[in-house]
Design a protein around this ligand. Sequence first.
Ligand code: CA
Length: 230
Amino acid sequence: MPANILLVEDEPAIQELIAANLTRAGHHVLRAGDAETAQRMVREALPDLVLLDWMLPGMSGIEFARRLRAQERTRAVPIIMLTARADEQDKIAGLETGADDYITKPFSPRELVARIKAVLRRRAPQATEDAVEIGGLRLDPATHRITGAGRAIVLGPTEFRLLHFLMTHPERVHSRTQLLDQVWGDHVFVEERTVDVHIRRLRSALEPFGFDRLIQTVRGSGYRLSHEPS
Ligand code: CA
């Protein structure tokens, strides 16, 4: 499954090179030349990962990372810092602001793609192709198949993404706003009740197989996927 990667890099040639490699690796790349632009883009839609240059005109990469970590909405977005400095102290400073990984320029495209994959697997499993299974319900993003008790379950694309996100983040309550951010990619232009409509569709598709009980409503808070009775 392709990840939406926000690339914040002020040097056009490097930005172009990285974007081309990530696109080739199957990702969707959004580009910003400075942290201020990146901040506006994040406000509109939450990316799966931020690839962040340390030295930027205006707000620095470190400061931007700090701001992402300081806000509830953006706290969990994985960040990989890019830097020209190989200094160990800088590396520590980068990781202390909450970056998940740190790559020193120059790096090979292959290394970058591998690091992104590792960080996504750890921090954003919904953006990877790994199959997930909970209580006999299995979802395989690579083949786009869902099976329950040995039978195929067919879902619409939004219900598929919704179930994938819930299965990769089980036992946690997600608000409608969080689900819009994570599953739809934005929370600005879609109404919150859209979430309820798709949850309802998801439940009715799972119902004949008895898996609708996994999708629980948490009154006043949102939804949760749980193996435990609510
Ligand atoms: Ca730079």
